[in-house]
Write a protein that binds this ligand. Sequence first.
Ligand SMILES: C[S@@+](CC[C@H](N)C(=O)[O-])C[C@H]1O[C@@H](n2cnc3c(N)ncnc32)[C@H](O)[C@@H]1O
Length: 413
Amino acid sequence: MPVLNWIGREKVLDFDAKVPLKSLVEKKDLSVNPHMMPENIIAKGDNLEVLKALTPFYRGKVKCIYIDPPYNTGNENWAYNDNVNSPEMKAWLGKVVGKEDLCRHDKWLCMMYPRLKLMKELLRNDGFIFISIDNNEIHHLRSLMDEIWGRSNFVNCLIVKRASKNINNQFKNLKSLNQGFEFILVYKKSKEAYWVHPYAKSDGKRKRGYWTSFWSTADRPTMRYELLGFQPQTGQWKWSREKALAAVKNYQEYEEKYKEKYPELKDFWEATGKVKKFIRRKGQNIPQYWVEPSEKRLLDTDWTDLYVNDNKIKKYFDTPKSLKLIKRIIKASTQNDDIILDCFAGSGTTGQAVLEINEEIKESRRKFLLIEINNYAENIIQERLKTKIETGGEKLAKEGFKFMELGEVISKE
Ligand SMILES: C[S@@+](CC[C@H](N)C(=O)[O-])C[C@H]1O[C@@H](n2cnc3c(N)ncnc32)[C@H](O)[C@@H]1O
């Protein structure tokens, strides 16, 4: 399999094994109800060291990892320092790679490689990792993931909507179009992984039921029978003749006898036990069948019904990820007692998403492990989750977390 090369690669290939194992020490003054939920952890520190420190306790135990690493846009002024040029990262790269001539992509790859290896160790065999990313590094990230996690463990590349920018309207000679979406790469740990609940709430049309063509391009001659005066020459009808004729009869019966009582077909369908199928022909058009209402729709990779960022929670940060997005990821990939890890935690959106899911779903006792290198850990994440717990309802009163920091070196590999 082809592998990606970059300056510094050889220094980081086995670096995960050389990271010293440190203890994690609780900062009691920053913990909240730790006796209630000691499994929830906010850990401050470089994720490389914290992931290593978690390994003895969490190897193979995490069901879902969501990360939102720096996108490496080259923007130095952004709150999250998006260019792998924070003082901590510079120091780390200087120590480990030691070369002067790294470009920002080399640095990013050196930073990600050992961390992705450690994350894989923590994941359960049936777990998924979700990685938010944009065009700056997605091509590199796919190569890294294929190498470290395995090409056969690639699951999906989701797209999520970015806010539109009207600013481009002012340019006469536009050089490139505004990027309308960004990506979430999904990989699994092994072939044991499966989506737990890959559904979203359905939108208006799906919720009410709708009519659509009963003809399909598949090509079985035995399924080309005459229906409501229409005989297809190519393609086929979607159901067998028997089922289709019963559906025609159902609709005729509805029109003749029940339409006055139930002006909406949906109401008739519900009143008759949600089992009846319907087929109609309108004018000279091809016969249509009625797609019955559903509260949920099966997800595909187009997640552009959701925005990447959420302005409502902007008070925490410039570009926190949207809670709806993270909640969808967690609900789709985890069950009630599962552990969710976010080791580029930023403002702690993943922690809030876990708490909100626990609040919404009676049986849910999902847990979070959040890692953040910056003092956002105590200034933003701790404060945000503490407020959420203290101002939430009865269920959230049973939540809590431990705030941890890195301690002494226990052993050097
Ligand atoms: C893009 S932000 C994540 C935003 C987050 N998803 C949210 O909704 O608020 C990336 C975060 O990763 C943190 N970070 C970068 N390198 C890190 C490292 N080596 N260890 C831990 N955190 C790191 C940055 O400080 C920043 O807060």
